[in-house]
Structures are given as C-alpha cells and as structure tokens.
Design a protein around this ligand. Structure first.
Ligand code: PLP
Length: 443
C-alpha cells in the first residue's frame, strides 16, 4: 500500500516536469523505492527495466558501487565550497582530465544542461564584445534542435511544443536546415544530404556573419527531435564554415557525450574540436547534477584583463560542487578501467542481433542505430501512440518513453545479455500490441 500512498502525496505536493498534471488522472505515476543496475523497483518489488537511462543520464547502472563509494569518500572530506576565490581537489582533477580528453583547456561549471547552454551563449557573445566586434550578437541553431528550456537555451531550441507559448519572451534566432537523415530525399544518401544542408548553412553564414556570434549544434544525434541521426561530414563542414566566417561553433554534447554515440565525445567521429563544448547528463554517471562548458585558450584569454567587467561574471551557487565532481571522476575512471568504449561496441553488436525481429516488423520504419542508441518510427495512426506505448511498456516492466511516433532505446551501458534479450522481446511484443499499421507514415 506504500505505493498508493506515495502516489497520492506526490500528486498533491510535487509539480512533475514536462507533464500536463491532469494526465495523471488516467496515467499512473510510478513510485520508485530503489534501483540496482538497469532495474528500478517500486515499493511492491515490481521491477522496471530503465531503457531510457533515467532521462539519458545513467551510464553504469543504478546503485553503482564505484560511483557510490567515490561520493561517500568525498562526503567525509568536503561536500561543497564556494568556487569563487576557493578551489578543491575534485574540481581541479576533473578539469585537467576533461581538458586532456577534449583538447579544450578551460572548464566553467554549472549544475544542469540548460545552464551550460546559457553559459556558452553568453561567453560567445562576450568574447566578441571583448574583441570589439559588437555587432556579433545573434545565434543560429538547427531545425528541431534542443538545447534546454531556460529562456536563453529555449531561444536556440526548435521544438514547438516547448517553445511556442513562450515566444514573446525569447530572442530571435535563425534555424538552419537539419541534416537529420530522415529528412533526406528518396534515394539521397545521408552523406549527400548532410553536405546539401551544410551548403545551406554556408549560404546563410556568408550572408549574415557580421551579426553572428555562434552556431550551436547537437553533434551526430538530435535526441529530443526523436533521435534524428546524421552524417559526421556535416560537423566537419560546419567546423570549416564557422572558422572561415569567424563565428563560434558550440557543440552541445549534453546528451551525446560520454560514450553514447560510440566514441567518448561525438565530435571525435568528425575529427573536430569546437570552440565550446557543453557537457552534462552522463557526466556524473547519472548520480548528481553537474554541467560544464569547456573552451579554448584563445577565448579564455580574451576575458583575462585588468578590467573586471571584461571577466566572465557569471555564477551558480553550486558551481563545481565537490560531490558531483567526485562522481564525475569516478565515472571517467570506469571508462578507463573497464575499456567501456570498446566493450560498448560488442554490447551494441549483441543488441543489434537481438533487435533483428524488431527491424523486420511490419510497422517499423527508419530503424537506426549509433553507439548505444537505437530508434525507429512506428507506422501508426494513433495520436496518443506515445502515451499508449509508454503505458503498455510499464505493464511489461519496461521504462520506454517514445517521442511522438519514435520509439528509442538508450539503456545504461551495463545492460547484461539476458536483460537485452528481455528488452528486445518486450519491444517486439509491444509492437504487436501498439504498432498496428493503420496508415503508413511518410518515410
Ligand atoms: C537534456 C539536454 C539539455 C538540457 O539539459 P538539462 O539538464 O535538462 O537542463 C540541453 N541540450 C541537450 C542536447 C539535451 O539533451
């Protein structure tokens, strides 16, 4: 009965994120008592396989002993200290490690992804100010992009349901054609389409660069757009174009960083270094809120001056929180100790084989896979598909949250062979329940 009690109290007292609260009149809230590996358990002990990594943050499972112990050890030393005027071991070590891994030598911290986006936008603008290029105040992003939901981040986000109502509050920004290969012409390769989109980017940038501060982009996968994947050539061209026309390239790796696309950072697959990289979500293995913006010596130096106002006078109370940094260091250690990038390759190969019947299913369209992300559209005329599928998945003991008609799998990297088999079989059964082909999607 503790399940029911908690449900009632939560609906009374907690305003849940990204939710029309009235929908909980018919959609049950799921109370979670504990987690272990890929599993979440309610108070009756019913297990749910966390196939969305608790909103894309968890990498190495719930109740991970190594991350947990790192936090416990740090807890005995120092939980938190103001980072203005003070410093501590975990934040220094983490900054050094991230600099080695990205080639970007200066780390500015915050607590969530949207704040990292805000910081990158403000730094870019301020860099041009400090460089006496006061006209460079505009930002561009991709169609269907998602960079977070605070006002600055929402200004460069392009998801109507999150953005339209707030339009009067937002800065104008221009959206470039998305290289998402689902949008390619029939018969056009992902690469050819990406190049065509890059040409459109170049045309726009060539015409507007004196006013442009930065181009912000989600490398390789536009996750919130429904796991829209694209060819890395687009990032190579974007890097060249931004350099040629003197605008910053901001890589928002908040969702795709830390191995999700098959390399530690998605930018590696295009062989590029952005001017700013935003990281969050997986950075602490899903344990504690932390985000960081990494940037170059050149940008850092433009702020380094006797004049206080040329400095970056931005802050968040929990900037560089010591517990969160210790969780991030433990997470990076696991990548090295367990050779995670290589082991994920065999994980992915196994999952692909298990998904063969899903790929072949009559209502599956555009099946795609990159790294530890799998996605497809379901041909289905049901306007409530996402919610119906989500509910049916819960009944099967699976946590899956489709985006529109897109079903995606983004499990923690520690998912075991038998758990993968259970997930694949569950998805297949759900397609038979929910994937009845009423009207084929345009694809
Ligand atoms: C989740 C996400 C954000 C926002 O991060 P929050 O921590 O939710 O504010 C920004 N960009 C991308 C690509 C994301 O997936």
């Amino acid at each position: 009965m503790r399940n029911d009690d908690l449900l009632k109290r939560s609906l009374q007292a907690v305003w849940h994120p990204c939710t029309q609260m009235k929908s909980h009149e018919h959609l049950p809230l799921v109370p979670i008592a504990r987690g272990e590996g890929v599993w979440l358990y309610d108070f009756d002990g019913k297990p749910y396989l966390d196939a969305v990594s608790s909103w894309w943050v968890n990498l190495f499972g719930h109740n991970n002993p190594r991350i947990k112990n790192a936090i416990k050890q740090q807890l005995d030393q120092l939980e938190h200290v103001i980072l203005a005027g003070f410093t501590h071991e975990p934040v220094v070590q983490l900054s050094e490690r991230l600099a080695e891994l990205t080639g970007l030598g200066h780390c500015f911290y915050a607590s969530d992804g949207a704040s990292a986006t805000e910081i990158a936008l403000k730094m870019s603008f301020h860099y041009w100010r400090n460089s006496n290029l006061n006209q460079k105040t505009q930002f561009i992003s991709l169609q269907n992009s998602y960079h977070g939901e605070t006002l600055g981040a929402l200004s460069v986000t392009d998801v109507a349901i999150f953005k339209d109502i707030y339009a009067p509050l937002l800065r104008q920004s221009a959206q470039m054609p998305s290289p998402d290969s689902r949008l390619a012409e029939a018969g056009e390769s992902a690469e050819a389409f990406a190049l065509r989109c890059a040409d459109a980017l170049e045309t726009y940038v060539a015409a507007h660069h004196p006013q442009l501060a930065a181009f912000i982009v989600e490398p390789l996968i536009q996750c919130a757009a429904g796991m829209g994947m694209y060819h890395p050539i687009y990032l190579q061209r974007a890097r060249e174009i931004c350099k040629q026309y003197q605008i910053h390239l901001i890589a928002d790796e908040i969702a795709v960083g830390f191995g999700r696309t098959g390399t530690l950072f998605a930018c590696e697959q295009a062989g590029i270094t952005p001017d700013f990289m935003c990281l969050s979500k997986g950075i602490t293995g899903g344990y504690l809120p932390l985000s960081v913006v990494l940037t170059t010596d050149e940008i850092y130096q433009a702020f380094y001056h006797n004049d206080i106002a040329r400095g970056f006078l931005h802050s968040h109370s929990y900037t560089g929180n010591a517990l969160a940094c210790s969780a991030a260091l433990a997470t990076l250690e696991i990548f090295v100790d367990d050779d995670v990038i290589a082991s994920n390759r065999s994980q992915a190969a196994r999952m692909n084989a298990l998904l063969a019947p899903v790929i072949a299913h009559a209502s599956v369209r555009n099946f795609r896979h990159l790294g530890m992300v799998w996605a497809f559209e379901v041909a289905n005329g049901n306007p409530h598909f996402a919610q119906d599928f989500y509910k049916a998945a819960l009944a099967h003991g699976l946590l899956l949250r489709p985006i529109g008609n897109t079903v995606y799998l983004m499990p923690p990297y520690v998912i075991k062979a038998e758990e993968m088999a259970e997930l694949a079989a569950g998805v297949l059964a759900l397609l038979d329940e929910c994937g009845v082909s009423i009207a084929p999607l345009l694809d």
